[in-house]
Design a protein around this ligand. Structure first.
Ligand code: MRU
Length: 357
């Protein structure tokens, strides 16, 4: 998508094996590119959330495997690299999806062919992600187009960041929004702040604004009120892991938005590529490992001060204890439809089976 009129992707690689990412922890205040040079860089980038978002984690981890194999293509080294990378973040299933595919294929190859295979795998994964997100965008665009009333702005609420910064390009939840905006439809996005890490405020509002999409930042608790007062026409979110029955695990707070949408008869869509479906899970509620994040994400906030310097401040007393689960599960019954790269389906076992056999 565009940054000040220039097309950018969340991860880019060149033929001399240079892999470049944006340090997303510095956004929206600073746009800094970082070159990943080895597996340790990739592990750090995922663990410290320089990159985040299910599809982008999968692609970055694959480059991590590439660097590991380029260093040493032995089976022992590959298995060690797999173990380190798989433990970086537990909830987003794209990570496991990509690493298992690599492990299943690479050990069948001769050692001297492994590096080349992995480089091509990473490039293909990147390309596939862009194509899948673009298709999600096309399917979601048709939904938005069908709901728009001439002369009236169409208001979409989204949670967290499921845009191009979370993928390679386009995004999942934001892809239909970009397609609608690019086609000239009159849309506006309510952006949930998404505490504690504020992916909505720091990333979604930034990337939408950079592309030119009208948007307004709201605190996480405002959505219910906006839905009651008929200011939301539709919700679209992404997914970190979708169970076979359509239960959706996404950023903490998604479930509450789905409940509010259900209560107010507002369609609640989830946009996801095939790699986010965990076919080994029959259902998701209480079945998915929910990442527990550092409590400092709750007790402290960062931003720039009036001199423009990045600052971190504590906002609670020392007596306070806190708990910081990173994701929650929205039961399929609250999801209107899944928008996938293969088409639109019911959030149900049959619905998912109808598209992914
Ligand atoms: O903790 P994060 O920032 O990695 O969480 C990201 C999300 O929850 C996104 O909504 C999800 O990965 C879907 S991204 C296309």
């Amino acid at each position: 998508m565009l940054i000040d009129g220039i097309h950018k992707k969340a991860i880019e690689s060149s033929s001399d094996f240079k892999v470049s990412i944006i340090d997303q922890t510095l956004l929206p205040h600073k746009l800094k590119y970082i070159t990943l040079k080895n597996i340790d860089d990739c592990v750090k980038a995922i663990r410290d959330m320089w990159v985040r978002g299910a599809p982008l984690i999968g692609v970055t981890a694959s480059y991590g495997m590439f660097f590991a194999v380029k260093d040493n293509p032995s089976e022992l080294h590959i298995r060690k690299a797999y173990d380190v990378l798989i433990s970086t973040r537990p909830t987003a299933v794209d990570l496991r999806w990509a690493l298992e595919r690599i492990l299943n294929n690479i050990l069948k190859l001769k050692e001297e062919d492994r590096t080349n295979y992995l480089w091509n795998f990473c490039k293909k994964l990147e390309e596939n992600s862009i194509n899948q997100c673009s298709k999600i965008g096309d399917y979601g665009f048709e939904i938005i187009k069908s709901k728009i009333i001439k002369g009236k702005t169409f208001n979409i609420l989204t949670h967290c960041n499921a845009g191009w910064l979370a993928c390679v390009d386009w995004g999942t939840a934001l892809a239909p929004i970009y397609k609608a905006y690019n086609a000239g439809l009159d849309i506006h996005v309510w952006v949930d702040e998404t505490r504690p890490r504020s992916q909505g405020a720091a990333l979604t509002a930034w990337e939408l604004s950079k592309h030119g999409v009208p948007n307004t930042l709201i605190v996480d608790n405002a959505g219910g009120h906006l839905m009651q007062s008929e200011k939301v026409d539709m919700c679209i979110v992404g997914s970190d892991r979708t169970a076979s029955n359509g239960d959706v695990c996404n950023k903490i707070g998604t479930y509450m938005k789905a409940l509010c949408a259900f209560d107010n008869n507002i369609p609640f869509y989830v946009a996801l590529p095939e790699s986010t479906i965990d076919f080994s899970l029959e259902s998701g509620v209480n079945k998915i490992k929910i990442e527990e994040r550092d409590n400092e994400e709750i007790t402290h906030v960062s931003g720039i001060n009036s001199s423009g310097a990045l600052t971190r401040v504590k906002i609670v007393s020392d007596m306070v204890s806190s708990h910081n689960p990173g994701f929650d599960v929205t039961p399929a019954r609250l999801v209107t439809k899944l928008i996938t790269d293969k088409g639109i389906c019911e959030a149900s076992t049959d619905g998912i089976r109808s598209l992914f056999r």
